[in-house]
Write a protein that binds this ligand. Sequence first.
Ligand code: GDP
Length: 201
Amino acid sequence: MIRVIEADFVTTATKLEQYPRDPLPEVAFVGRSNVGKSSMINALAHRLKLVRVSNTPGRTRTLNFFDVTLEHKARRRVVRLCDLPGYGFAKVSKAEREQFAEMIDEYLQRRDMLKVVVSIIDAEVGPTKDDVQMLETLEEHAPRILVAATKLDRLAPGKRQGRVASLTRELDLPPGAVIGFSSTTGLGLEAVWGSLLDATA
Ligand code: GDP
């Protein structure tokens, strides 16, 4: 049983000098704009509005850092979460898209406290071209990758397990590398935290 004790916004950053400096194991979240990234971070933090769930996708233009205090097996731990700008949103200019990509690259290449990156994929839509490209970048730079297939609640219960398995095959990942998730129902919450605590231990 994993218990969230506290969750707080730390700071916003666009470049390395602005990242929080105190050393805490860090988990980063990436995903296509509108994939459900804000909702997932809120669900993991057991908070409704830690991250704003946006109806106007493509609006997060910064990196946002949050600290979450957890209790697991009678041990208290603090994990820092970093919400990276969503990618693949058609309505932003090419210049802006490049700026986001640079922000993400700088983060992935320079952030030494980074332990694991959660790559969020829409379970229903499946991996898009942008998702596959992001995963290739992560394979190069991320210390560890966890794929979360979110919005799984939109699939019939009988189809969920098969969908997670087919996504795993499609992405050419080993069994267990993709965790089914739903921010709406809390499905997969314990599994994702379990994996993140492992990676940040
Ligand atoms: P972001 O742009 O990636 O941060 O995505 P948001 O968290 O803002 O979510 C985008 C939309 O998807 C919102 O309308 C959410 O209510 C919806 N959404 C997010 N997660 C889920 C989920 O697990 N299940 C369902 N059914 N809808 C979700």
